[in-house]
Design a protein around this ligand. Structure first.
Ligand SMILES: Cc1cc2nc3c(=O)[nH]c(=O)nc-3n(C[C@H](O)[C@H](O)[C@H](O)COP(=O)(O)OP(=O)(O)OC[C@H]3O[C@@H](n4cnc5c(N)ncnc54)[C@H](O)[C@@H]3O)c2cc1C
Ligand SMILES: C[S@@+](CC[C@H](N)C(=O)[O-])C[C@H]1O[C@@H](n2cnc3c(N)ncnc32)[C@H](O)[C@@H]1O
Length: 578
């Protein structure tokens, strides 16, 4: 791995005094010598009346600057669990130099609680990205591995509680400065609280200048005082909006939306056309990030999407995927790419590269699914009512989510291109090598059952399987394996859809893009305002990697939860970009 890769975080150089880590760069220890739990509990969760606030809110949004080894996080969730609250905790933590997994293991080997074990399991070591995971049913953790100075302006959240836990301010001016304090103020709810162990002048004056009221409180151990701060205004618990929701489409887009809604305790109605099962009915879809040699927004979105899909989406099996090729130019590109990533993410051995953070997704039948083709949408008393071709009402809800794959061509006017594809399912008595290439993918499904794909045909709308494509895939496979000791069991065709810029589309649907919405109620009647409609579409060849995170962003937006995406990535995929 190149030391200055834009994809990687720079792990801190740590020296250990027994089991207490100190940063060489900042010449400071992560906590006072010994067990950090009481100190962290006192200075951070202990100052904010979290259990009683949790009783007055549907969600509490907490932002920690300096995640380090996650002690504050673990202390907070222990307190949360004791509080028996039904509220959600959205814990957002920013960390520029995350410790390595080995260092984290060394520290948490001592605690061995269920929560510390889970932290080790989900810890996304080494990648400079936003990693979002539902840590428990009630707690969503957003780990932002980025410098706070660039991360804060990208955050879209209303924060109730801040933990300011950098190293000592004299050594760590990047975390204790006016830009950071102003950034906190911008994100703060009225009455939001902040605490930090330091009462240094720069912190007191800086927080005050940013508009916080400050107060010194009793500190922990040898530190006599700590600093507590409050944003102006009376604090009121945030409420989640839980509207009724209907989804059109039950592919990976529809299922991802349903999964996110369920996590926010919303049970949607899902309508899907039984005669057009869609591209997601392929026997399996591979999940792996779409990466480029220059770090760009699409790669950043794809890394974040892959992490979210692997850790949150139902129907996913996590397993490494190998990539190989015989084409020198492709091998060279992959070799250069793998040098930009940690080996436990992308590892090259000779002509083969392993995606360690990868997996497959297989379609499920979500709760609330009904067979129906939606042909028309009509506003009715603030809700959208859906109709079939015969004009029968199918359902109605406050919010409508369109996730109809190729069906979006008729439901909306947004210009999508079709890319037809076909795969085959084969039986092989021998274990086959499993891998991806630019040309042929072999995925193990079960026992002797393998999936081999895929073809690409731009512009075609034909979702029937074709003998010609089956023969081509069979002969490509025979050529790759150098034998024909396998038998065909089935073939599967589907249509991918993609926008011209090859970026997915997710978000509020522009009013004029909904061609099937009948707005005019006839002469003499009022025009109804358009009820909220969102869409998730144009997923291209990476629907299983990208749909779950995009769905979480859509649902978070209308429920009133923090965005799991940085502002610029939400902007990248928005639907009014055309
Ligand atoms: C051969 C092949 C291999 C692929 N391999 C991969 C892979 O390895 N990894 C990967 O991530 N992606 C892969 N893809 C792409 C992937 O399949 C798509 O990105 C994804 O399935 C699109 O999901 P979707 O939910 O948007 O649409 P679809 O899966 O097409 O689902 C559309 C849904 O909308 C419903 N619908 C449509 N119109 C209406 C209507 N009017 N009323 C009601 N319901 C309606 C349909 O019934 C269906 O339920 C592959 C595609 C193909 C064809
Ligand atoms: C005292 S430690 C935090 C300990 C941590 N809260 C815990 O519970 O284990 C300070 C942390 O701030 C991080 N940090 C310092 N400067 C930063 C910056 N500019 N942006 C983000 N994180 C920063 C350091 O890398 C370090 O992990």
């Amino acid at each position: 791995m190149q030391p200055d890769s834009p994809y990687c975080t720079k792990a801190s150089d740590i020296i250990w005094q027994q089991d207490t880590p100190s940063s060489v760069e900042f010449d400071d220890s992560y906590w006072s010598q010994g067990d950090p739990s009481e100190e962290k509990q006192w200075v951070f969760p202990g100052q904010h009346q979290l259990p009683s606030r949790a009783q007055q809110a549907d969600l509490i949004v907490l932002l920690e600057l300096g995640f380090g080894f996650g002690h504050n996080f673990l202390q907070t969730i222990a307190l949360w669990e004791q509080s028996n609250s039904t509220a959600q905790l959205h814990y957002i933590a920013i960390e520029r130099s995350p410790p390595t997994l080995a260092a984290l293991k060394r520290v948490h080997a001592l605690t061995k609680t269920a929560a510390s074990k889970r932290l080790l399991e989900i810890y996304p070591a080494g990648l400079a990205a936003w990693h979002v995971v539902w840590f428990t049913d009630q707690i969503r953790l957003t780990l932002i591995f980025e410098d706070a100075q660039t991360a804060l302006p990208r955050l879209d959240a209303k924060v109730d509680v801040f933990y300011l836990d950098g190293f000592k301010p004299s050594q760590n001016p990047e975390l204790f400065n006016q830009f950071i304090f102003e950034g906190m103020r911008r994100l703060a709810q009225p009455g939001a609280s902040a605490s930090t162990y330091s009462v240094a002048g720069v912190v007191k004056q800086g927080l005050r200048a940013a508009g916080f009221r400050i107060e010194k409180r009793q500190g922990w151990g040898r530190k006599r005082e700590l600093l507590f701060a409050e944003a102006p205004g009376d604090w009121r618990g945030q409420r989640l909006r839980r509207p009724s929701v209907q989804i059109i489409g039950a592919g990976i887009a529809g299922q991802s939306l349903a999964g996110s809604l369920n996590r926010f305790d919303i049970q949607p109605i899902i309508l899907a056309d039984p005669n057009h099962p869609g591209a997601s009915s392929q026997p399996a879809l591979n999940i792996y990030p779409q990466l480029s040699l220059q770090r760009d927004r699409l790669s950043e979105f794809s890394i974040a999407g892959c992490y979210f899909a692997l850790h949150n989406q139902e129907g996913v099996q996590r397993r490494p995927l190998r990539w190989r090729s015989a084409t020198p130019a492709k091998i060279q590109r992959m070799q250069r790419l793998s040098q930009l990533f940690p080996d436990d993410y992308l590892e090259q051995i000779d002509n083969e590269v392993t995606y360690h953070q990868a997996g497959i997704w297989q379609s499920l039948s979500p709760a609330g699914l009904q067979d129906a083709k939606v042909c028309e949408l009509r506003p009715s008393k603030g809700q959208m009512r859906l109709y079939d071709a015969a004009g029968h009402a199918l359902s109605q809800a406050d919010v409508t989510l369109l996730a109809a794959g190729t069906g979006m061509h008729t439901l909306t006017s947004l210009a999508l291109k079709n890319v037809r594809g076909q795969s085959i399912r084969i039986q092989s008595k021998h274990a086959l090598p499993e891998f991806l290439t630019g040309d042929i993918n072999i995925t193990h499904l079960d026992g002797h059952d393998f999936l081999v794909g895929s073809t690409y045909e731009l512009g075609s709308n034909d979702s029937q399987t074709r003998l010609l494509d089956t023969d081509r895939l069979m002969s490509d496979l025979a050529q790759t394996l150098q034998h024909r000791d396998f038998t065909l069991t089935s073939a599967h065709a589907g249509i991918r859809t993609t926008f011209s810029d090859r970026v997915i589309g997710a978000g509020l649907l522009p009013t004029d893009a909904l061609t099937t919405a009948i707005m005019d109620q006839g002469v003499g009647q009022h025009l109804e305002p358009m009820p909220a409609c969102y869409a998730l579409m144009g997923l291209g060849s990476h629907g299983a990697t990208h749909a779950p995170l995009a769905a979480e962003a859509i649902v978070s937006a209308f429920c009133g939860a923090p965005s799991p995406l940085p502002r610029d990535l939400a902007h990248l995929i928005r639907l009014d970009r055309f």
